[in-house]
Design a binder for this molecule. Structure first.
Ligand code: FAD
Ligand code: PYC
Length: 417
């Protein structure tokens, strides 16, 4: 009886209150001018706006998003968070982000469902073993938790894995970052949006930026579908479309845009309690809190802007997943999609001033920027507020492609690109 009453209540409240839920953020018309305009309402853009307001006291800020918040790669990614990169510069940046993740739900007062379930990277051959060992040691030297597991320990940590990999992908060992894990992607966008809005930031959706007004080498504002908006400073955070926007501002970026795809299965009971990745075969898997297996693949081998990804990549990935986890062979896949990732030649991001004064660029995260969202927003806000990089993003400037001081993270990129 009690149950029926509660179900009735639930239905009545759903109908009665559905239209009166308070909005998590306002939807204002754009003002004539702002101190800072951020182009792109993904996680990185929203985080930048939040830290501009919170840390630097700059509240007259607008985030202009051409579609809906998180509709780009933020809402399309497979949510893996880790900081086990090879070089000191990357370790600094990604570990900064991981520390912010550890307090993010409290900071935003919004549950981003950060789950430190451990991220394991598999070794299938002697080369993988050497590379993973090298990276584990490099991580430890940088104070990042990282350990090497032999095959027996891999099986203990993830009992459903088949170490034989059907002969094609034998598992010889793995690296493990226990503090790594996953977070709920759209909650990250919504949490940052609500917290930025609370601090006075205007969030404007369905407002594509179509061009920039530049005078005497300095940005004056942005041309948008909702009219011209003046801005003292502009931050471009438009993953996948950053080279298009840079072209409109009159400079070139060394990035290539390619589709990266992912897919999820029908939901099942908890079966895999960690994240398992294989750089060598471009397949990785975790299980969402809803029970879906979240599976990712490699990038398509051609430039493209279709948010789909090609079938041969899906087939290759699922074949590898089935060989590593035979118990998943009869699972049905529910959804498949793609996102456009912009890739730098050294597989590291650009967080930098640009050749145009007052215009800043944050892009090139390739297949791995979700994990960096809080850290990226934090240091980019610093760069914009001070017109100078934060020490943690100094190495990720645009001019590294002319000085040659690249930060080559191809080995740690997890999904080769
Ligand atoms: P986005 O979320 O793409 O935001 C950019 C925004 O800019 C978009 O909303 C877009 O609509 C907007 N925009 C573009 N042009 C304009 C314009 N002209 N005017 C206004 N707005 C514009 N990373 C990880 O760390 N872990 C993972 O497990 C992982 N898995 C991935 C799986 C897939 C399938 C994909 C596609 C990516 C994955 N990534 C992962 C990478 C990660 O998703 C991205 O690096 C990260 O989300 C980039 O965030 P962002 O805020 O910069 O970009
Ligand atoms: O960078 O860890 C990563 C990642 C996992 C899946 C896609 N990117």
């Amino acid at each position: 009886m009690k149950t029926r009453y509660s179900i009735f209540n639930l239905a009545r409240n759903a109908l009665k209150y559905h239209e009166n839920w308070p909005e998590a953020w306002r939807s204002p018309e754009p003002k004539k001018s702002y101190d800072v305009v951020i182009v792109g309402g993904g996680g990185h853009g929203l985080a930048t706006a939040y830290y501009l307001a919170k840390v630097h006291g700059i509240h007259n800020v607008a985030v202009l998003e051409r579609g809906w918040l998180g509709g780009g790669n933020t809402g399309r990614n497979t949510t893996i968070v880790r900081s086990n990169y090879l070089w000191d510069q990357s370790a600094g940046l990604y570990e900064h982000a991981l520390k912010l993740w550890e307090g993010l739900s409290q900071d935003l007062n919004y549950n981003v469902m950060f789950s430190q379930r451990g991220v394991m990277n598999l070794a299938h051959n002697q080369h993988d073993l050497r590379e993973l060992n090298r990276r584990v040691n490099a991580n430890r030297l940088n104070g990042i938790d990282s350990e090497f597991l032999n095959a027996k320990q891999v099986k203990e940590f993830c009992p459903i894995i088949d170490l034989r990999g059907n002969g094609r992908y034998p598992v010889l060992g793995a690296s493990l970052q226990r503090r790594g894990g996953t977070a709920r992607h759209d909650a990250v966008a919504w949490g940052y949006a609500r917290a930025a809005d609370d601090r006075g930031v205007d969030i404007i959706q369905e407002c594509p930026v179509e061009g920039f007004r530049i005078s005497n080498g300095r940005v004056q504002g942005v041309e948008t579908a909702k009219g011209y908006i003046e801005a003292k400073k502009v931050g471009v955070v438009a993953a996948g479309h950053s080279s298009v926007l840079a072209n409109r501002a009159g400079f070139r970026l060394p990035v290539t845009s390619v589709p990266l795809q992912a897919l999820v299965s029908e939901p099942v009971k908890p079966t895999i309690g960690c994240v398992v990745m294989s750089n060598a075969v471009h397949a990785y898997i975790s299980q969402s809190d809803k029970g879906e297996l979240v599976i990712g693949a490699g990038v398509d081998k051609y430039v493209g802007y279709g948010q789909r990804g090609s079938l041969p990549v899906t087939e290759e990935t699922l074949a590898a997943i089935c060989e590593l986890f035979p118990m998943f062979r009869r699972m049905r896949m529910l959804r498949q999609w793609g996102g456009i990732v912009d890739v730098c030649p050294d597989a590291s991001p650009i967080i930098s001033k640009s050749p145009v004064d007052g215009l800043y660029i944050n892009c090139g995260w390739g297949t791995g920027g979700f994990k960096a969202t809080p850290g990226s927003g934090h240091v980019f806000a610093h760069t914009i507020a001070n017109d100078n990089p934060h020490p943690l993003n100094e190495a990720f400037s645009l001019d590294r492609f002319t000085t040659g001081f690249l930060v080559d993270e191809h080995g740690a990129a997890a999904v080769a690109h």
